[in-house]
Design a protein around this ligand. Structure first.
Ligand SMILES: NC(=O)c1ccc[n+]([C@@H]2O[C@H](COP(=O)([O-])OP(=O)(O)OC[C@H]3O[C@@H](n4cnc5c(N)ncnc54)[C@H](O)[C@@H]3O)[C@@H](O)[C@H]2O)c1
Length: 283
């Protein structure tokens, strides 16, 4: 594999986790945030997370300090210039991602692979903003990125075999299982998961059962590690609505039509853990 230095653009829930995964596994990581305050809080969050893993015996002290030494946080997107792979993980909005890809294409060297962590948006539309569509693919991590063991490698109709092989090798170097999927909204996991999450909100809105009973039912009855409302809060309700909208746009299937309660909660800034309140209260 030729990837040594990895750029991450976007420092929300996912960007920080992806940066941590890559740094722990020996990659030089440049994490770009729009503000210095967010960049600093990302670095602090990673320090805390790594310290916890040392406490639990999952990482050695050397691995912890090595990962921190390999992480650089920046606000200037120009710092992506010497990365071999850049993974964007900004807000789930196609116009923003397309603009970012054209910017990265201008900044990065010719050999650089540009990847998106989008959950649902068409990767080909981002690829076509660049002069290197054969070097653009999806590298889709799961939340929380340092913990979840899967990466979906998304194959567009323009990507080269070499890029797919590099993306797979990167996933494996991060000790993740790579699965390959076509560039279709929701890929594998979210195409199956989001109708279920949306239907859980529909049951709640219809008064069929309470939040706690629905979450308890799916944990106890299906063996899921968390119920649908705890998971929606973890993903973020704004991101969940964006994912469902993209799925609906692609398939026009009513199972993907966002249940009104979820949209109203986003308007009320009840976004889940990241805003302190969603279906549950985190204060
Ligand atoms: N939340 C999840 O469970 C999850 C899982 C897998 C993939 N994803 C995907 O990861 C990406 C990021 O999601 P997240 O959950 O980290 O979201 P988030 O809301 O936590 O973070 C979004 C980030 O985008 C930044 N941003 C917003 N507008 C921007 C702009 N105009 N230019 C540059 N940056 C901008 C924000 O400052 C923030 O750092 C999305 O594509 C999402 O679909 C999310």
């Amino acid at each position: 594999m030729s990837i040594k230095r990895v750029g991450i653009v976007g420092s929300g829930i996912m960007g920080g986790g992806i940066a941590e995964s890559a740094a722990v596994h020996g990659f030089e990581v440049v994490l770009r945030s729009r503000s210095q305050a967010t960049a600093d809080s990302m670095a602090a969050g990673m320090e805390k997370s790594l310290a916890k893993q040392v406490e639990k015996g999952k990482l050695s002290e050397e691995e912890r300090s090595g990962a921190l030494e390999r992480l650089t946080t920046v606000t200037d997107i120009g710092a992506m210039v010497d990365c071999d792979l850049v993974i964007e993980s900004v807000v789930e909005e196609l116009a923003i991602k397309k603009h970012l890809f054209s910017e990265l294409d201008r900044i990065c060297k010719d050999h650089t692979i540009l990847a998106t962590n989008t959950s649902t948006l068409p990767v080909i539309e981002m690829a076509m903003e660049t002069g290197r569509p054969e070097k653009v693919c999806g590298i889709h991590f799961f939340n929380p990125a340092p913990v979840m063991t899967l990466i979906e490698v998304v194959r567009t109709i323009t990507v080269s075999e070499e890029t797919i092989a590099e993306a797979r090798a990167f996933a494996e170097a991060c000790e993740k299982q790579a699965v390959e999927v076509k560039d279709q909204a929701g890929f594998i996991v979210n195409a199956l998961l989001f109708p279920y999450l949306n239907n859980a909100v529909r049951l709640l809105e219809g008064g069929v059962a309470s939040r706690d009973d629905i979450d308890a039912a799916m944990k106890g009855g299906c063996g899921f590690p968390m119920g649908p409302f705890a998971l929606l809060d973890l993903v973020g309700l704004d991101t969940s609505v964006a994912i469902l909208d993209a799925l609906y746009e692609e398939y026009k299937d009513p199972h993907f039509a966002v249940v009104p309660l979820m949209r109203r909660m986003v308007s009320a800034e009840l976004l889940g853990r990241k805003s302190g309140r969603g279906f549950y209260d985190y204060h």
